[in-house]
Design a protein around this ligand. Structure first.
Ligand code: ADP
Ligand code: MG
Length: 525
């Protein structure tokens, strides 16, 4: 097993491409799979989503494929979805960019003529969904006689989607003298069967979940309103007292705004994003590395490949847009076998996004409650006491001793000291955060919501309950009466959760229709 890409003996072209992609070192699965795959043997690679499986097979394929003109493709990657086809082809194109190895995605939904044209030009690698690949085989617009390598990517997903027979039919058309690689996040019985049928004594490479970056990271989320995010962030920073914190924002503007506000409030925060010059970014990074800044606010792109072992906390100020990005971001902590904490701030409308990340990355992010005012005050007071101790040990207080002498004539020491502290008490104050899910309505009461979808849209009670419960994380049993009319419906939800339901449900598309949700007028029926 190698820890550096160059140790695999990769070509300069591929090494250069990896570095251009921001890949600084191989991920766990790449460390264990690239070597055996380069030798040409069959392998089964098992690792969680987001752990870099694409490059684990992509690098060896690119290395083993001869550059130059080719009539028929040399390798084929089967994937379950069109998004994956596009994504994997893109990654292969990037790895192969300097060597001149080309890949095309082949998937249903895109014009078949366009795909035929790109296949006719001669490509080295094809990444496709099984159905569309079979279409091309039937039309003879794709010829698999020159294939050296087959990859079944996300094999468990392909199985779930019922592609097993299609895959069998495709594999029958590929020369037996070949390398077959199978990658999956889980290993159901059926995959074991496929592998024994279509692979030759495959080497099994498992990333022990305990060894995975993600497993060592404690993952929590806090539900907050958009307007309370900054306050929530500072509360967390005060109470958690992290060594180094990386804060992720979605846009460059957010990065500037968040870092600016933090500085105003006295935190040592720096910012990096694509609009800053390289030299400025380097400067900020080096300050962060040395601990002269203890908070770095960044966009995904700017923080790519960042590897600073002292980062104890990653805070997703904005929820990542893709599951991969989530894994990527939180992988910036828990480096070098240390443990880390990943915190995500989630507004009610982002619940669905959070669930999506959990589902696709097969992880669990647990909900936590923000530190209370009292906890924050206590943390700030402790900090103040430490600061006072530091002043005394540095002797910085000495120039004020004469002043204190004067005061001592009138007041006891304790009183003077407490009065001095009260002068800086502003820093101890904690702003209120309107607590989510705890408004002023009495427990057990319901609020009736008006929803612009009804019988004519063929909506059923169950559909509404389900979208509320998944959209805003409320158990179905907590939802009250659902009244469906022709073009609209009424739903009763717990009064204290009404805002959150409105936010997550409003604008959602149900049965192909964008719905609006608002509090029902009193007396409306
Ligand atoms: P998987 O197939 O295991 O779900 P992917 O291959 O899609 O994971 O990789 C997830 C993300 O990690 C992608 O954005 C990919 O570009 C990135 N990535 C993969 N390997 C590395 C690496 N060695 N260094 C940095 N980023 C990587
Ligand atoms: Mg993958």
């Amino acid at each position: 097993m190698y820890n550096r890409f160059y140790e695999f003996g990769l070509s300069d072209e591929v090494l250069k491409a990896l570095s251009e992609m921001g890949f600084e070192e191989p991920t766990q699965i790449q460390k264990i799979a690239v070597g055996p795959a380069l030798k040409g043997g069959d392998i089964i690679g098992l690792a969680q989503t987001g752990t870099g499986k694409t490059a684990a097979f992509g690098i060896p394929i690119i290395e083993r494929t001869e550059a130059g003109r080719t009539k028929h493709p040399r390798a084929i990657v089967l994937v379950p979805t069109r998004e994956l086809a596009i994504q994997v082809a893109q990654e292969l194109n990037r790895i192969g960019q300097n060597k001149g190895i080309t890949s095309v995605p082949i998937y249903g939904g895109q014009s078949i003529e366009r795909q035929i044209r790109s296949l006719q030009k001669g490509v080295h690698l094809v990444v496709g969904t099984p159905g569309r690949i079979l279409d091309h085989l039937q039309r003879k617009t794709l010829v698999l006689t020159d294939i050296n390598t087959v990859v079944l990517d996300e094999a468990d997903e392909m199985l779930n989607m019922g592609f097993i027979e299609d895959i069998g039919r495709i594999l029958e058309k590929i020369p037996k003298e070949r390398q077959t690689m199978l990658f999956s996040a889980t290993m159901p019985e059926e995959i074991v069967r496929i592998s024994s049928r279509y692979m030759r004594t495959p080497e099994k490479l498992y990333v022990d979940p305990k060894n995975m970056v993600v497993a060592k990271i404690k993952q929590v989320f806090y539900e907050v309103r958009e307007e309370d995010k900054i306050k929530a962030l500072t509360r967390l920073l005060d109470v958690e007292d992290p060594a180094l914190t990386l804060v992720f924002c979605h846009t460059k503007r957010d990065v500037d705004e968040v870092s600016g506000k933090l500085r105003q409030m006295g935190y040592d925060a720096g910012a990096i994003h694509g609009d800053y010059t390289q030299s400025h970014r380097d400067e900020v990074m080096s300050q962060f590395r040395q601990g002269r800044l203890d908070i770095l606010v960044a966009t995904d792109v700017a923080a790519r490949g960042l590897d600073i072992p002292e980062v104890t906390h990653v805070i997703n100020y904005s929820i990542p847009q893709y599951p991969d990005a989530y894994i990527h971001r939180i992988g910036r902590t828990g480096r070098a076998g240390k443990s880390g904490i990943a915190i995500t701030l989630v507004t009610p409308r982002e619940y669905r996004q959070l669930r999506l990340i959990e589902k696709s990355a097969r992880i669990r992010i647990s909900k936590a409650s923000l530190p209370t005012r009292e906890q924050v005050i206590e943390a700030r007071e402790n900090e103040l006491v430490q600061d006072i101790e530091a002043v005394i040990s540095e002797g910085e207080h000495e120039r004020y001793l004469p002043l204190v002498e004067g005061l001592l004539a009138k007041h006891p020491e304790k009183v003077i000291a407490a009065a001095a502290i009260s002068l800086i008490a502003g820093e101890l104050e904690v702003e209120d955060i309107a607590e989510m899910g705890r408004s002023h309505s009495p427990a057990g009461s319901f609020t009736r919501l008006f929803v612009t979808i009804g019988r004519k849209d063929r909506i059923k009670v169950g559909d509404i309950v389900k979208s509320i419960s998944t959209g805003s994380n409320i158990p179905g049993r907590k939802i009250g009466k659902v009244d469906i009319h022709d073009t609209f419906s009424f739903v009763e939800v717990p009064a204290d959760l009404a805002d959150s339901v409105i936010m997550s449900l409003n604008d959602m598309v149900l049965h192909g229709k964008r719905i609006r949700v608002q509090t029902a007028r009193q007396g409306a029926a």
